[in-house]
Design a protein around this ligand. Structure first.
Ligand code: TXA
Ligand code: MG
Length: 300
């Protein structure tokens, strides 16, 4: 079942059902060693999955969940869940706040479920879906009777959750999102590390860390000079280059994040060859926007 979260749509499967998880990897065309995020409805259900909860993690949970934060823990050593963690001893957990995901997860847990793995509902390496219609396009040939896409309209945030690895003493920020480094540091009262570069070994583990990711077919160019017929996304306050195809002119960085992926998708529908993105320098989510546009712009 695909379902909306406040960040992007997720493609959900019962985290404890190996054949469901295997089908998920297959339809997403995702390498098997890329771990998935387990989604739960609230932190009462966390201890089933993890080794232990520290004071620091409790502060994060109280302040940021439900919401766009994924936390990585040492997994509960009794669980045999290598098929969803890429055989690591760590597990990623997220508690989304979108009302539909909240109801779905709570009802699933009421019926005895423990958690739902949900990667973004798109083919591996491509643009995430922030609206339901692209999900049908991406997975058309894979859909079986009984598969469901829950329609929650457009996602509120538009960019994937912040990922924070709390499995060792100093937390590490692995993916930028709506919850910023400052938000986290102010809450826990200590500095965190930001993982900028991955070694070849860890690159395999973190799909969002691949240098090329989130990419439309069109070539993405950052802050360059577009020519006639090129696509363009830039804040409404900025001067529009001549003769471009305006994909969107968001009013601020928040709206920029909301429309980024759907604008990339529209560029492909219009068969544009290139999309020029003028990224916002400051404002909420500016760092996350820059990160995603940069990865989308990279060559293989
Ligand atoms: O906003 C989101 O997080 C969305 C919605 C649907 O919840 N989900 C999402 O999932 O973005 P996905 O699978 O597209 O990205 C998950 C990222 C990947 O980069 C993966 O490698 C990383 O989380 N991840 C998961 N478990 C991990 C672990 N144990 N250690 C390190 N990275 C992990
Ligand atoms: Mg993804």
């Amino acid at each position: 079942m695909a379902f909306p979260t406040e960040t992007v749509y997720g493609l959900g499967a019962d985290a404890l059902n190996i054949s469901a998880v295997t089908r998920l990897y297959r339809v997403k065309e995702r390498p098997l060693n890329h771990p998935l995020i387990v989604h739960i409805s609230n932190f009462d259900n966390l201890d089933f999955w993890i080794d232990k909860r520290t004071e620091l993690v409790n502060k994060l949970l109280v302040n940021f969940t439900p919401g766009p934060l994924t936390i990585i823990f040492k997994k509960n050593s009794n669980l045999k869940i290598g098929y969803l963690t890429g055989n690591q001893d760590k597990v990623a957990i997220r508690i989304p706040r979108h009302p539909m995901s909240q109801i779905l997860l709570a009802e699933f847990e009421n019926q005895g479920g423990r958690g739902v793995v949900a990667p973004s509902a798109n083919k591996f390496g491509k643009v995430s879906n922030t609206e339901p219609k692209g999900i049908f396009e991406d997975f058309q040939s894979e859909l079986l009777p009984g598969d469901v896409v829950l329609d929650g309209g457009s996602c509120e945030i538009g960019i994937e959750s912040t990922i924070l690895d709390c499995s060792s003493t100093i937390p590490k920020l692995l993916r930028f999102g709506a919850i910023s480094q400052d938000d986290i540091q102010n809450t826990i009262g200590e500095p965190i590390e930001v993982v900028q570069k991955q070694t070849p070994e860890t690159m395999i583990r973190f799909s969002g860390m691949f240098s090329k990711h989130y990419s439309p077919k069109a070539k993405v160019v950052i802050n360059g000079k577009p020519q006639s017929g090129d696509g363009y996304i830039g804040l409404v306050s900025e001067p529009v280059p001549a003769e471009v195809v305006i994909l969107f002119q968001p009013k601020d960085s928040i709206e920029f994040a909301q429309i980024l992926y759907s604008s990339f998708r529209r560029a492909d529908q219009l068969a544009l060859k290139r999309v020029f993105v003028s990224v916002p320098e400051s404002g909420k989510l500016a760092e996350a926007i820059k990160d995603r546009v940069l990865r989308a712009s990279n060559e293989e």
